[in-house]
Design a protein around this ligand. Sequence first.
Ligand SMILES: *Cc1c(COP(=O)(O)O)cnc(C)c1O
Length: 375
Amino acid sequence: MKKIQMVDLKGQYEKIKSTVDQSIEEVLNSSAFINGPYVKEFQADLEKYLDVKHVIPCANGTDALQIAMMGLGLEQGDEVITVDFTFAATVEVIALLKLTPVLVDVEPDTFNIDIDALKKAITPKTKAIVPVHLFGQCANMEAILEVAKEHNLYVIEDTAQAIGADYTFSDGTKKKAGTIGNVGTTSFFPSKNLGCYGDGGAIFTNDDELAHIIRGMVNHGMYKRYYHDVIGVNSRLDSIQAAVLKAKLPNLDAYCDARRNAAAYYTNAFSSNPNIITPIISDFTTHVFHQYTLQITNGKRDALHKYLLDQGIPNAIYYPVQLHKQKAYQDDRYNEEDFKVTNSLIETVISLPMHTELTEDQLQFITQTVLDFVG
Ligand SMILES: *Cc1c(COP(=O)(O)O)cnc(C)c1O
């Protein structure tokens, strides 16, 4: 059996090596390292794949979030609601822009924003909601859009973990994750579902005016060369990363399927065990399994984490600390009573190896080892 990895980037690369190598070589030969043709081609391909009017590539998923908030004109003191249970980038950029982060609890089964908690957190200062489509499935966007409409709030979808997921509205309309709110953002960090070979990110929107503002903001606030109309940043996707992404995008749906197949194998093996809760998928969304995350309910999570490592099975705790308890984001405003779910998930979640190259013998070994230990 091949050594098990949390993410097998090498195995995936080997299958597309000739296409990727050829594209990278073209960039090297052209010397168009920034804003070369591949950036525009990838942008157009992604717009088509997502069925969205504008994709604005940028340097990483954290910048994408920051620039989306800048583009919407959010200002110091504006409250932005997001979840307590996510990667720190989401809250980091809110704080960095001197906006006021308001963390709320998540749902116990999907790990996504809890709609009642969201409603409860709204004040006259609230300006935006940042739902995170955590681990690969969409948050309840229909409910979120309704709340946003009622209170006149922007919706910024953090799609770093869910590119390729489909959302279905109750009238049957389908949209891709990240194209539902005012603006969506993603990351092309190597281990993400559509990863490049360095850092990369993108912003999506159907709003022409916002797209125009953001296009200038990613490039020093320039709309005309050397004329700086707004304060911007330097956040560009480089041509080599764009070439890699253009080569990989046609495989994204197959990559999502491979992840779903691995997830189905896991769920089938674990679903009858009384000490394990397998991922639950909401009926309005597909799941692209950026992570496959179990909840271990018999108090053995930490012991399982160590045991699996000893058996050569990588695994991770996403996330080990609630954002509202992180030193950088602690605040007297928060009340422990409001974070019951996140406080409990921190103790029970464990993510198993999840990538496009998992083999049946590996899945068999992982599931058997987990079951032997959990009992
Ligand atoms: C990875 C990630 C980001 C940040 O993306 P980078 O490209 O690493 O900056 C933001 N939000 C979430 C939920 C992520 O998982």
